[in-house]
Design a protein around this ligand. Structure first.
Ligand code: NOJ
Length: 716
């Protein structure tokens, strides 16, 4: 049969038939090569040509991370695969497209503060379109680990602390990346990561041990993954963390019993980078061969970067430590994704689309919109914001004012710092005529001396209002970027106190990948805006909010502690044995500085009491709850209603409050809107046991609706 007429090449045949046909033609060596992902992420770009030479045309996949898109290299590697290998199987090219590709959107932690899953979907679809044009087929996103500890650098990549919110955002991201919406951009394969429990890294240290009870695993860490599987994510990445003594990348309970057998996941599981080899460091494998054996038998199909499958699977099979069926199943899963993405029909990416063009106007507009919706106004004493017309002399002080790279955050892929609108540029551009804006850095982000303090203090004295820009650099969060303390780095806290001491009102703008300690400086600040790492259009969005061209609507997706020592602290904690003040810290108490869901607006919203259709509901019914929210201020605004439940007495204790549903909507000044929550008892009022089985008990459930969780603190 001529190569072109072989069944696996026939796009009209059912996918499973093509997979089976191709598998039947492969040698063992070709199969094992398919299970290898070759990494270029750590490689100096100068070495890429060498890497291309070493790349075998039968390899399954290639990582395309790097500072510059290299479409020519990608296509050259692909040409080797399809033209120089016996069966012409295309490689799949993966990259970390985390919060944008060329156009950078806010970090996921900030995205989650928008309470707008549709914006998440749109941003992921835009990123997919940009990345696909540069030859990326597969993104290692969304990351749906739950934020447990703000010291962990990767909190920036999470959708926050609520399993309910992370599940909804996860579904939106999968739809965005994979382009499941009719008529949207070309699809990437999405990857749910890091399965599972990575967010619980001990002490916030990266790559560390996690001790997670089965109860907590099921109610906190697994739900977003279940939601992503249901949404059709094609791939899952196994995590680095050792989970209760069995590292996630060799954890058969997680990868096979839960993911495949219980949830029916049929896609591909890729290990995290070098995670198979790291089983040796973790003390779970004596040598490379045992690491490969344990990973593949647990359910890891594709070995990212370390090459242990390629090196050892052949011998492991001969020794019957790995069965041919296990290898075939893994190969089928990678082939399925490739067929599904159309790589056999379209292995190359047209070079014309690879031109290094600046971001598209509509994507920049989306980035600005998203940045504005994700920032959170934490404090606004005496409604000092928006900046009043009487302010004539404005000062921008602090090391983050004229920063660009810091606004991109971690994993900014092809984002270019020079294209970022800094806070200074954004405000300068939008400032009304006649207002003077002067800037002083004051100190460095980290380290450095107090040499700039005098200039900053003098400028503050000579101004009507100070915009104080403090926070972190992009490198201070993300992978392998944990910090032992949430304190503002370097001399920034001192600078804040010195500037506040001038008596000039200060608006603090916090640029960061995590909540930072503000307890010491907060009393001296008239207003505080969490800017996060807002991406390419960050400064423009900040200017709109400060100047009142937009009304802030973001609300915290994560609890903001007063001090590092309060960690762990999250809205869905369980009640203590003794009620407050028993059990509190003597120095700082146990309430956070800002609650989960906190966020102010330039208008005010009033809530009606909740109306329930009936006071009771049986398991097979649904029950509608409603609340009317009225915009009682003079500005239009957007309100997010967060619905929390509390089960006051249960067979397994339940959290004090638990986010169960949310909805945002614009409400014009003076207008009212009815928000609804259709309560489905099996979904919303049940809880899992330590084996993941849902329990729905008869009894009383308390329901709360409001803008933040603080309101529902009972004296417990
Ligand atoms: C390691 C990170 O943990 C993971 O999130 C990422 O996708 C891979 N490296 C690939 O770059």
């Amino acid at each position: 049969m001529a190569a072109e007429t072989l069944p696996y090449r026939n796009a009209r045949l059912p996918l499973e038939q093509r997979v089976r046909d191709l598998l039947g033609r492969m040698t063992l060596e070709e199969k094992i090569d398919q299970l290898h992902q070759c990494g270029a992420g750590d490689t100096n770009p100068n070495n890429l040509p060498l890497l291309a030479e070493q790349f075998r045309p039968t390899y399954g996949s290639f990582i395309l991370n790097g500072a510059q898109p290299d479409l020519a290299l990608r296509n050259a590697l692909q040409r080797k695969c399809v033209e120089e290998s016996r069966l012409g199987i295309p490689a799949i090219f993966g990259a970390d497209v985390i919060h944008g590709y060329r156009t950078i959107f806010p970090i996921p932690l900030a995205q989650a503060c928008s309470w707008n899953p549709e914006l998440v979907r749109q941003a992921c679809a835009a990123a997919a379109e940009e990345a696909r044009a540069q030859g990326v087929d597969w993104t290692f996103a969304p990351m749906v680990d739950i934020a447990v500890d703000a010291r962990w650098g990767r909190i920036a990549e999470t959708f926050g602390e609520s399993p309910c919110a992370a599940s909804i955002y996860c579904e939106a991201a999968v739809r965005g990346y994979q382009g499941l919406e009719a008529g949207t951009s070309p699809a990437l394969a999405a990857c749910l990561k890091h399965f599972a429990g990575y967010g619980n890294s001990e002490g916030g240290r990266d790559y560390s041990y996690t001790d997670i009870s089965p109860q907590r695993l099921w109610e906190m860490h697994l739900p977003p993954f279940a939601a992503g599987v249901k949404a059709g994510a094609r791939t899952v990445m196994s995590a680095y963390n050792d989970l209760n003594g069995v590292p996630a990348s060799a954890n058969r309970h997680l990868l096979t019993e839960i993911l495949r057998n219980r949830w029916g996941f049929e896609g591909l599981v890729v290990s995290d980078w070098n995670a198979v080899r790291q089983l040796i460091n973790q003390g779970f494998a004596a040598d490379e061969a045992e690491a490969a054996e344990k990973a593949i038998n647990a359910g890891v199909d594709l070995d990212m970067a370390d090459g242990l499958y390629r090196k050892h699977l052949g011998a492991l099979m001969q020794q019957t430590r790995v069965s041919p069926g296990t290898i075939d199943a893994a190969v089928q899963r990678i082939l399925r994704v490739k067929f599904d993405l159309g790589l056999f029909e379209h292995p190359f990416c047209p070079p014309a689309s690879g031109e290094d063009l600046p971001p598209r106007g509509d994507f920049l507009k989306l980035a600005e919109e998203f940045a504005a919706q994700s920032m959170v106004l934490l404090k606004n004493r005496g409604d000092i914001l928006p900046v009043a017309g009487s302010v004539c002399r404005l000062a921008m002080i602090g090391p983050l004012g004229d920063e660009k790279a810091a606004l991109l955050g971690a994993w900014s892929q092809q984002g270019r710092a020079h294209e970022v609108v800094s806070l200074l540029e954004g405000v300068r551009e939008k400032l009304p005529a006649g207002v003077q804006l002067r800037a002083a850095q004051g100190c460095a982000i980290d380290g450095g001396g107090r040499d700039g303090f005098a200039e900053a203090v003098a400028l503050a004295r000579d101004s009507d209002l100070v915009l104080l820009c403090l926070g972190e650099s992009a490198q201070m969060s993300g992978e392998n970027a944990s910090r032992s303390t949430l304190r503002l780095p370097g001399l920034q806290q001192e600078l804040a106190l010195a500037v506040a001491a001038t008596g000039t009102p200060v608006v603090l703008l916090v640029v960061s990948g995590r909540p930072v300690e503000l307890a010491a400086v907060e009393p001296g600040m008239a207003a505080i805006l969490a800017v996060w790492q807002p991406g390419t259009r960050g400064g423009a969005a900040v200017a709109d909010l400060l100047l009142g061209r937009r009304n802030p609507s973001g609300r915290l997706s994560v609890t903001w502690p007063r001090t590092t020592g309060q960690i762990p602290i999250y809205h869905n904690m369980r009640p203590r044995a003794r009620v407050s003040p028993n059990g509190e810290y003597q120095d700082f108490g146990t309430t956070p500085l800002y609650e989960f869901g906190h966020g102010l607006s330039y208008t005010r919203f009033a809530y009606s009491p909740i109306r329930l259709r009936r006071p009771t509901v049986s398991p097979d019914e649904t029950l509608q709850a409603e609340v009317t929210v009225t915009n009682t201020g003079r500005r239009d605004g957007t309100e997010t209603v967060l619905w929390f439940i509390r089960d006051p007495a249960a067979g397994i204790t339940r959290p004090l409050k638990e986010l169960t549903h949310f909805e945002s909507a614009a409400i014009a000044a003076g207008a009212s809107r009815v928000f609804q929550f259709e309560i489905n008892p099996a979904r919303d009022l049940s809880f899992p046991d330590g084996d993941g089985r849902r329990i729905l008990e008869p009894g009383e459930i308390l329901l709360f609706a409001g803008p933040e969780s603080a309101r529902f603190n009972v004296a417990l």
